[in-house]
Write a protein that binds this ligand. Structure first.
Ligand SMILES: [Zn+2]
Length: 298
């Protein structure tokens, strides 16, 4: 039996940045109007890809960006939080450094609620997919996202320790395949309803070398400091815990699978998008009476 692979392409979308990620002043959005609208989106349409664009607050405030993004077909739009730019207490920093898990839980909730409402106001529907700026999810994030109606969270970067960015922020040992997370510890499987779709990251071959290994950067499926051939080969590299997929699968068996209908969601995610993968799994489970193959994301 051949396995069916799903590839989710998710892209954080922000205002234009210069060297050292410094925000260009005044705010500019050539990345949206040229990078996405004129280059990326036509490329995805040519190859039949359905990307997920995760939108930072400053894009949701900009009417031209909203109009441009709303005009795209065959993609999913979601949200991306850089806390400085979201109410309460919003401002435009030179460099976005905030990590949402470092806010008091009530502040993190308020900023996520504002971001979600801003998306609703811009596009007239609820977002279903989310990624934290700086991958900074914490012990409150999953429960807040669940309360706000999100279906997919995608901030987990397996094998990466960000504790120098924020104390305790580490995804070492996290599953590399989609899973339902422990709301208190999202890098581990648990009873959370939101589906975690980890970023594709693989350990370097040198990571097992004593002493040296922990200083070797893992390999990411993204076009930064790498070659195209290496990216193509990366998903086939040892991804580790396939068992987490079967854990997800067994947990979903017998569930009523009515969550979205109950919440009255009107937006159907694009097939192949992050939220679309969850919808595909749900439809497959319905058809097979709960005996569906879970998708393998690479
Ligand atoms: Zn970002």
């Amino acid at each position: 039996m051949s396995a069916r692979a799903f590839l989710c392409v998710s892209i954080d979308c922000e205002c234009d940045k210069g060297p050292a990620w410094r925000t260009r002043r005044p705010l500019r959005f050539e990345g949206v109007h040229q990078g996405i609208a004129e280059r990326l989106q036509p490329l995805f349409q040519h190859f039949g890809g359905k990307p997920t664009y995760l939108l930072s607050p400053e894009l949701l405030r900009n009417a031209e960006c909203v109009e441009r993004l709303a005009s795209f077909g065959g993609c999913e739009l979601g949200t991306h939080l850089h806390g400085e730019l979201a109410e309460p207490g919003a401002f435009e920093p030179e460099v976005t450094r905030a990590v949402q898990r470092d806010y008091p839980p009530e502040v993190e909730r308020a900023k996520l609620a504002w971001l979600t409402q801003a998306f609703r106001g811009a596009f007239g529907r609820a977002p279903q997919s989310f990624r934290a700026g700086r991958f900074g999810i914490g012990a409150s994030t999953i429960s807040i996202l669940d309360d706000l109606g999100y279906a997919v969270e995608t901030s987990v970067t397996p094998h990466v320790d960000w504790s120098q960015v924020s104390p305790g922020l580490s995804f070492v040992g996290a599953p590399t395949q989609p899973y339902h997370p422990d709301p208190c510890n999202p890098g581990r499987p648990g009873p959370g309803r939101v589906l975690e779709v980890p970023v594709t990251v693989r350990p370097s071959a040198l990571s097992r070398v004593p002493l040296l290994g922990k200083h070797v950067e893992p390999r990411w499926l993204r076009p930064t400091r790498t070659r195209g051939e290496a990216l193509v080969a990366l998903p086939g590299a040892s991804g580790g815990p396939q068992r987490h997929v079967s854990q997800c699968r067994s947990r979903r068996r017998g569930e009523p699978l009515r969550r979205h209908r109950r919440r009255g969601a009107t937006h159907r995610p694009a097939p192949g998008s992050a939220a679309g993968v969850r919808a595909t799994r749900r439809r497959g489970l319905r058809r097979s009476g709960g005996r569906s193959r879970a998708p393998r994301l690479t």
